[in-house]
Design a protein around this ligand. Sequence first.
Ligand SMILES: Nc1ncnc2c1ncn2[C@@H]1O[C@H](COP(=O)(O)OP(=O)(O)OP(=O)(O)O)[C@@H](O)[C@H]1O
Length: 357
Amino acid sequence: MYVSRLQAEQLYKVFGRRPDEAVRKLEGGADRDELRADGTTAAVIDASFTVDPGQIFVVMGLSGSGKSTLLRMLNGLLEPTAGRVLFDGQDLTSLSAREMRTVRSSKISMVFQHFALFPHRSVLENAAYGLEVQGVPRAEREKRAAEALELTGLAGWGDSWPDELSGGMQQRVGLARALATDADLLLMDESFSALDPLIRRDMQDQLLELQKRLKKTIVFITHDLNEAMRLGDKIAVMRDGRIVQLGTAEDILLTPANDYVASFIQDVDRSRVLTALSVMTTPHRPDAGDCDCESVLADTPVADVCTVAARVPHPVAVKDADGSLLGVVPQERLIAFLGDDKQGPAVCSMEEVATHA
Ligand SMILES: Nc1ncnc2c1ncn2[C@@H]1O[C@H](COP(=O)(O)OP(=O)(O)OP(=O)(O)O)[C@@H](O)[C@H]1O
């Protein structure tokens, strides 16, 4: 039977008095504000989702929306008021504190926003810290920490002190520490939020690059939708404790669940998120794609489809990895897409253009 790596089932976390009663009220349709009047905070309300092996699952929301509380229930640091967390089919909420510590130290790694490095330990010792907690002998942990430093582009920095490294490099040490333990589940809490924009982008690229090789299961918390869309295979948008939308970046961009989500997507660069698959159409000519011109793949971002469109004299062919034709993207469709940036869902307007063309 197929088992999702991580599963949240109707998770609730209520802080304050009479939490069970509060859950019943929430199940009956009460909202956060009603409970606040009783001095109770509903931090997470009825959160359900699955994360598959090798996926990056992003939880996105503004401050106070419940992201950190959700994450702390996933790693067992907080006990849910109601609901279950399953990891590889095992119910974490049923484990004793001791069993939970074992799972946490061997299978789950955390990467925080603030690097949490020990200033009086070398970079190598910092990267080896998780292994030290697991009781791995020194020689073995130093070898694995050095490998992890190499993975994160810090080969040769092992003997330095944390304060000799830039912010971006310190965050890589944090990442190396998480990778060194071989934990399959990586929980990243606003891990790149303290970094300058360019370095932040660099770290996002590096994470995506590492992920191609390592295929960890990652839950990544952020308040930045652009970051969520760059990284997330699946994104949960949270508001006031509830998940208000769960979907891919394209789902969120093309069909935002409500005005709240729509207000976030205004600043997203759609040409980097949407792919050839979402803008292509059926070719009118039977010989489309038969020439030797450049083509694109279904997951090529629209921005890169534009570059190819500028070089070929006909609609850009979209092909699968075997070279079979999936569809075409006519230049007018791209122009409509780029020109209609501020006016709602791009694909609707493009469909109109295609119909009228
Ligand atoms: N230990 C606690 N006791 C009482 N209330 C809490 C506790 N922890 C969190 N809260 C409340 O729960 C709500 C959700 O907080 P949480 O920290 O999970 O949000 P967040 O989305 O992670 O915010 P931020 O990005 O600012 O960390 C907030 O209203 C917060 O005040």
